[in-house]
Design a protein around this ligand. Structure first.
Ligand SMILES: Nc1ncnc2c1ncn2[C@@H]1O[C@H](COP(=O)(O)OP(=O)(O)OP(=O)(O)O)[C@@H](O)[C@H]1O
Ligand SMILES: [Mg+2]
Length: 278
């Protein structure tokens, strides 16, 4: 059922065109409050064309909130977000999100779940009939079109969520801990499949994760959010050679960046524990 993995040379793709350094998404002095709770403040980030940026930070620091602001699902309290120079005020075409907990409709089949966004966007039935099988197959769910989410494993449900996002052919893909709810082996398979799919159709991808390994493996850059309210503590240029594969995990640079991010985040955890003890 799984599609064979091809190695992907991310760095080659990144340097394939001189326009790739141009920012596609700009987050300027962004702040978000829920009532009295200031979640993050003064966030400044840019995301380039065909770039995978991973975001790590302690639970509750506002990662999901930040993605929702970029998606236009939630207004910010301060600052602005621009995509292709336009200020984001509502969800826009070309931006898709994969949610933290699958986000599938339990009463719809795989086919209907994947078709949902296309239908909503008013895409013609004949086009939907072409696209849904294509993306279902791309994520390795061929043959499960008529299954309901409860009949699928966690990994398959996540594949379905991914197919739904990809079927919109986004130029910006926002992923909120997409593999958090699947077992370690499935997670690794999905990571490399996502890189393979991305290699076929590179786009700007913002990928939130709790896994430092995943952040370093997937990201061209890793953004570390820290503090209360949180803000950008560090942006690390991963600079790992391509192709990203299982061998990447054994590369000295991989361990170097992983340890760096780990110690940065551990300082935060220790500080929080110290505060609790006091
Ligand atoms: N709709 C909401 N109304 C009020 N507070 C909210 C809302 N959504 C999130 N929060 C609060 O904002 C903070 C950030 O939440 P968010 O879900 O963005 O964090 P996160 O970094 O994604 O956490 P996790 O890693 O656990 O997914 C939390 O303290 C949360 O309780
Ligand atoms: Mg979250």
């Amino acid at each position: 059922m799984l599609i064979p993995l091809e190695p992907i040379v991310i760095s080659d793709l990144l340097h394939a065109s001189p326009t790739l350094d141009e920012p596609r998404i700009e987050v300027n002095s962004l702040g978000k409050r829920y009532g009295d709770l200031q979640v993050f403040k003064d966030i400044n980030l840019t995301f380039r064309e065909r770039e995978i940026v991973t975001i790590v930070g302690p639970s509750g620091c506002g990662k999901t909130t930040l993605l929702r602001c970029i998606d236009g699902l939630m207004p910010s309290s301060e600052g602005e977000i621009r995509i292709d120079s336009d200020v984001v005020r509502k969800p826009r075409e070309g931006v898709s999100m994969v949610f933290q907990h699958f986000g599938l409709f339990p009463w719809k089949t795989v086919y209907q779940n994947v078709a949902y966004g296309l239908k909503l966007a008013g895409v013609r039935k004949t086009v939907i009939a072409d696209k849904v099988p294509y993306y279902t197959k791309l994520v390795g769910l061929e043959g499960f079109e008529n299954s309901y989410p409860y009949q699928l494993s966690g990994g398959m449900q996540q594949r379905c969520g991914l197919a739904r996002a990809l079927s919109m052919e986004p130029s910006v893909l926002l992923m909120d801990e997409p593999f958090a709810a699947v077992d370690a082996q499935t997670r690794e398979i999905l990571q490399f499949e996502l890189l393979r799919i991305w290699g076929m159709r590179p786009m700007t991808m913002i990928f939130v994760t709790h896994s430092i390994e995943e952040a370093v493996l997937m990201g061209d850059r890793v953004v570390v959010l820290k503090g209360r309210p949180s803000s950008v503590f560090e942006v690390i240029d991963v600079k790992l050679p391509g192709p990203r594969s299982r061998e990447t995990l054994a590369h000295p640079r991989f361990s170097e960046v992983r340890e760096h991010v780990w110690s940065t985040l551990m300082d935060e955890v220790r500080a929080a524990e110290f505060e609790i003890e006091r």
